[in-house]
Design a protein around this ligand. Structure first.
Ligand code: GLP
Length: 260
């Protein structure tokens, strides 16, 4: 695992933007795994800027989002499809027909999960998977107790996740309690994984992800089993790591060796 500790959230977004731009320059028809939540928003803003300045193109990109709420159609303001259109897709040169988000309004959610998983595989698998992390260590909507081998399926959300995400919903608005999410096994199949975490509220989850035992109790810890996982955090999110100094030194050496 490559652990990159940067000063603040701005630096994390800059790093992630460079990482995506490098990926797209090396492979313009990349299959990207994309994420929602507040963590990727600053990255998406930077990618929009880079695209509008002509520094990078998404015209040959295919994307698959991690998850969607069950019960919300794509045109619902709190759906993850709507989020992606608003925060990224509407502002870049991507072909919307090649952007995929599970259908939260599908009549048969289980069948939709099977279809979505097959669609990812038929496209050739994900080249670069972006992740945030929940305060309880979830990735996508793979809550604690998720099988580390899980594929796309229906998952019931924990009370803590429902509470954390309630900030997006009005007090009297329907808030889903279940979601379709790609599995931990699906995520681990991506060629590369880039996880972003910022702020002190994520420090415990980051510790579990990076230094904890590989365990369903912290789904993000499964990334320890991935060959090309890069975890990018700010100082606050890194504050509980005991290996912080080593990680900073190793990252410095990584840069020096790349430049040599
Ligand atoms: C949601 C999403 C996750 C995301 C998490 C953290 O539960 N399903 O993909 O990582 O929230 O969100 P935030 O980045 O807003 O803290």
């Amino acid at each position: 695992m490559r652990l990159v500790i940067l000063e603040n959230a701005e630096a994390v977004a800059d790093f992630a933007c460079d990482y995506f731009v490098d990926q797209l320059k090396a492979q313009p028809n990349s299959i990207l795994g994309l994420a929602t939540g507040s963590s990727p928003v600053a990255l998406y803003q930077r990618l929009i800027g880079a695209n509008q300045r002509g520094e990078v193109s998404f015209k040959d990109v295919t994307s698959f989002n991690l998850d969607e709420y069950i019960g919300l159609a794509g045109d619902h303001a709190q759906s993850y499809r709507h989020f992606m259109n608003e925060k990224l897709f509407d502002h870049i040169d991507i072909d919307k027909a090649r952007t995929h988000v599970p259908d939260g309004a599908a009549a048969d959610p289980n069948a939709e999960c099977v279809r979505y998983e097959k669609e990812i595989q038929a496209a050739g698998g994900i080249d670069l998977q972006l992740l945030g992390i929940g305060v309880n260590g979830h990735i996508g909507f793979n809550e604690p107790l998720s099988s580390l081998a899980s594929r796309t399926r229906v998952k019931t959300l924990t009370k803590s996740t429902i509470k954390a995400n309630s900030r997006y919903f009005d007090a009297d608005e329907f808030q889903p309690t279940d979601a379709i999410t790609t599995g931990i096994g699906t995520i681990l199949d991506a060629k590369e994984v880039l996880l972003l975490a910022t702020g002190a509220t994520k420090a415990e989850a980051v510790r579990g992800c990076v230094e904890g035992p590989v365990s369903a109790a912290c789904p993000a810890s499964a990334l320890q089993m991935h060959q090309h996982a890069v975890v990018v955090v700010d100082e606050e999110a890194a504050s509980l790591l005991s290996m912080k100094e080593y990680a900073q030194w190793a990252e410095q050496r990584h840069i020096e060796l790349e430049q040599a």
